[in-house]
Write a protein that binds this ligand. Structure first.
Ligand SMILES: O=C1O[C@H](COP(=O)(O)O)[C@@H](O)[C@H](O)[C@H]1O
Length: 241
């Protein structure tokens, strides 16, 4: 299923996002006992945190991963885990730290990527060669069309073997990051883009409706056996007819 929604206000966005997350969480918990969700950073942290704080379904059965992460200490402003931690842990919700599968920044960048891949495989109880299938990946997009830490014209867009990779030349600071790669992303049951703000409007105009011309990493997100959903706010959608 592919779907596309334009919303008018932040409240409407949080309501729509909550509905979608709860539907996926309920189905996943019924099917395999837990909800495995990948979160992105940047502007999404606020919306996703609002949803989680609003007594969302089945929270004790969630396992939370990161679609990408900045290679910085969690106390730093730029750390995606750090942002969610400050918004959701320490008694603010019933979530606990063990539910987050996060990177280890004490390792070198490359070891950290390998270690994160191993942590994910372990969390999914994957046997040799088995690919984890996320119930939901919540993805953002930068004005340059990047998603996760997959940037335009970057060699990582061609990665076919690794599920998680390190990047040390991110054009958007910080330069060192860890990211899911396209094979892992496209194996998810659902990829949900949440895109807000005027700075994204020109890129959105070029990719929706579906364009044959592939210029942006977001266009390479095509779940093989899963759904692709888009939630845009009116600013991001302002050039769409
Ligand atoms: O650097 C990143 O950017 C993208 C987009 O962020 P936004 O603030 O423009 O919404 C984000 O999805 C990604 O997780 C993050 O690391």
């Amino acid at each position: 299923m592919n779907s596309f929604t334009i919303i008018e206000s932040k409240d409407e966005l949080v309501t729509k996002l909550k509905k979608e997350i709860e539907k996926r969480a309920e189905n996943a918990i019924q099917d395999h006992g837990e909800f495995r969700v990948g979160l992105s950073g940047g502007s999404l942290v606020e919306y996703v945190s609002d949803v989680i704080r609003s007594s969302v379904i089945g929270l004790t059965n969630w396992k939370i991963f990161f679609c990408d992460e900045r290679f910085v200490e969690e106390s730093e402003r730029n750390s995606t885990y750090g942002c969610y931690k400050r918004a959701l842990l320490d008694g603010q919700t019933i979530l606990n730290e063990e539910q987050f599968i996060k990177i280890d920044t004490k390792l070198s960048l490359d070891d950290c990527a390998r270690d994160y891949e191993t942590r994910i495989l372990r969390a999914f109880n994957c046997s040799d060669g088995q690919m984890p299938k996320f119930d939901l990946l919540i993805l953002g997009m930068g004005p340059d069309g990047h998603t996760c830490s997959l940037f335009p014209e970057h060699i990582l867009l061609e990665e076919r073997r690794r599920l998680i990779a390190a990047i040390d030349d991110s054009p958007k600071p910080p330069s060192e990051r860890i990211t899911m790669t396209l094979p892992l992303i496209n194996n998810a049951s659902c990829c949900l883009f949440v895109i807000t703000g005027e700075s994204k409007a020109a890129t959105i105009e070029q990719i929706i409706p579906k364009s044959a011309d592939i210029r942006y990493p977001v266009q390479l997100v095509k779940p093989v056996r899963g759904d692709l959903l888009w939630i845009l706010d009116a600013d991001a959608a302002k050039f769409l007819k």
